[in-house]
Design a protein around this ligand. Sequence first.
Ligand code: HMG
Ligand code: MG
Length: 304
Amino acid sequence: MLFPEHVKIVEVSPRDGLQNEKILIPTAIKIELIDRLSETGLSVIEATSFVSPKWIPQLADGRDVLMGIHKKPAVKYPVLIPNVQGLEQALAANVKEIAVFCTASEAFSQKNTNCTVLESTQRIEAILLIAKKHGLFVRGYLSCVLGSPYGDEVPFEKTAALAGQLHELGCDEISLGDTIGIGTPLNVTKLIMSVAKNVSIAKIAVHFHDTYGQALANIYAALSLGVTIVDSSVSGIGGCPYAAGATGNVATEDVLYMLQGMHIKTNVNLEKLIQVGRFISNHLKRPSQSKVNLAYEKKSTAPQ
Ligand code: HMG
Ligand code: MG
């Protein structure tokens, strides 16, 4: 089996990790989280979103967060946006990378974005027309790729067709989101093979929530197919308010530990990342979801 030599980790904790937190987190903590993450060697940190604050109040301070962080030249700080209104805010904040999102699930599309799948692709088309004029890098997320929280069927072919459409519209990268964390390695393999007919494997990212503890196995399956972009969240924080019952993202510490064991380079420092995991877990006043972080706490030594 041929695994990639290098994997790009897309750290989503400041956005996906915090968006579902019920208690408002101070802007200063969000800024400190991003600044600390910036010191770990990560090259992409999804910083916040410019969605409707009525829908996601936790991230209503997106602009202040972006203005407050100490941006490092080697790090990209994309933001998630749902419409042209969000794009305008992103441009005003001098953002260079954005992420758009949609899904093949009609039910999830309605709950998450208050529109049909067709309308959401039309919104994305409008965003891309402007974004490309400004030279922005655009990631396209597809949610519910392995199942929907609302029980409707989400065929792989539909996700693959949407992936192709987003790519043709100008998305530079397509992230496949198992929003409710129900996938297992075999269906992950089938999904990626289906999407890879329309989008080259080099542009496919995987985004696993870890509800059923399958995320690392799923990432392994994706790597074995040549996927080189993996989304994760420090301490395993995260979730979508419109996907009840789903837990956090796979923990970045655990992904790193596995990749190190496979001799796959990431340029990210695990020791430093563990400290960031502690910082945010302490703030959220709950234990880390990262097994590596918990093992480290017990041994007080860095895993080799
Ligand atoms: P809507 O209510 O239909 O929007 O929401 P609207 O266009 O009718 O506007 C209603 C109000 O919202 C107006 O304000 C707008 O100005 C305002 P009012 O006149 O009533 O005072 N508004 C905005 N304000 C700020 N920024 C904006 C914006 N847009 C409208 N960009 C909308 C439609 C799409 C906006 C809404 O449904 C929304 O924001 N949804 C986002 C939900 C969300 O963020 N979900 C989580 C992210 S997706 C995810 O987590 C999955 C992922 O991680 C991958 C995976 O795991 O699968 C990416
Ligand atoms: Mg997510």
